[in-house]
Design a binder for this molecule. Structure first.
Ligand SMILES: O=C1C[C@@](O)(C(=O)O)C[C@@H](O)[C@@H]1O
Length: 255
């Protein structure tokens, strides 16, 4: 279990995270104000959407303004590279600098680091996370396909071995068997390897069930949209919340 600002990821019902995808500061602040009224547990700033992400001072100022609007919610900071489905590509050097700067600024609770980054970079960011008391999600995204179950579990185990507090995998299914493979990899990680917390999802409409069924299979967090999605298959947080709650209540009652 990972506890951030009182939110227990990996205990009870899956937590709901809303991505912030504004390209400019004003848009982000509007999004933050809207999120204030939404039934979510965390927010994720997808900084690869932000047009001024190459300006570290701007990033820090924007983060402070977001925090000003959302003082209580845990914030995940994510720069998603293009090769993993993000909107911009930056050098490894800048990726490290950006994530370290944000961790040192003290406004975020979690940082998402891509597993397939340079090994030394991951190591440095794990150390920076520990130094700054920021939890690390080590993630992998495949927007083309769903790897075999063993490969998905191998990646999640590697993410935890590398020092991730949370392992995350997002894949693209082509058929129902792919969706089942993602669920099975999640189940094996939780029940057979005893590892977690995990965040897993199959993307697109076909994978939607995986965004709802985390409590059954072992995914501790799910992403729901405010008004713009950050990945295919996300549904609105207002639609997501009652489903997550229904499953949680009924599962508890029939224990
Ligand atoms: O990694 C993830 C998961 C995600 O890709 C999804 O499919 O919901 C959405 C991203 O914003 C987040 O960083």
């Amino acid at each position: 279990m990972v506890k951030v600002k009182g939110v227990k990821i990996g205990e009870g019902a899956p937590k709901i995270c809303v991505p912030m995808v504004g390209m400019h500061e004003e848009e982000l602040l509007e999004e933050a104000k809207m999120i204030k009224g939404l039934p979510c547990d965390l927010v994720e700033w997808r900084a690869d959407f932000f047009q001024q992400v190459m300006d570290l001072e701007r990033v820090k100022i924007t983060l402070e303004s977001i925090r000003g609007i959302l003082p209580e919610l845990p914030i995940i900071f994510t720069f998603r590279n293009k090769r993993e489905g993000g909107h911009q590509e930056i050098t490894s050097y800048y990726y490290q600098k950006l994530n370290e700067t944000v961790m040192e600024a003290g406004q975020v609770d979690l940082v998402d680091v891509e597993l397939f980054s340079d090994a030394e970079l991951v190591e440095n960011l794990v150390k920076a996370g520990k130094r700054n008391k920021v939890a690390l999600i080590i993630s992998n995204h495949d927007f083309q396909k769903t790897p075999p179950v063993e490969e998905m579990t191998r990646r999640m185990l590697k993410a935890i071995d590398a020092g991730g507090d949370i392992a995350k995998i997002a894949v693209m299914p082509a058929c129902a068997a792919d969706v089942l493979a993602l669920q099975e990899a999640t189940r094996q990680m939780k029940e057979d390897y005893g590892k977690g917390p995990l965040i897993t999802m199959a993307m697109g409409g076909l994978g939607l069930i995986t965004r709802l069924s985390g409590e059954t299979f072992g995914s501790a967090l799910t992403f729901g949209a405010a008004n713009q999605t950050s990945a295919p298959g996300q549904i609105a947080v207002k639609e997501l919340r009652p489903i997550i709650e229904l499953l949680h209540d009924k599962m508890k009652k029939s224990e």
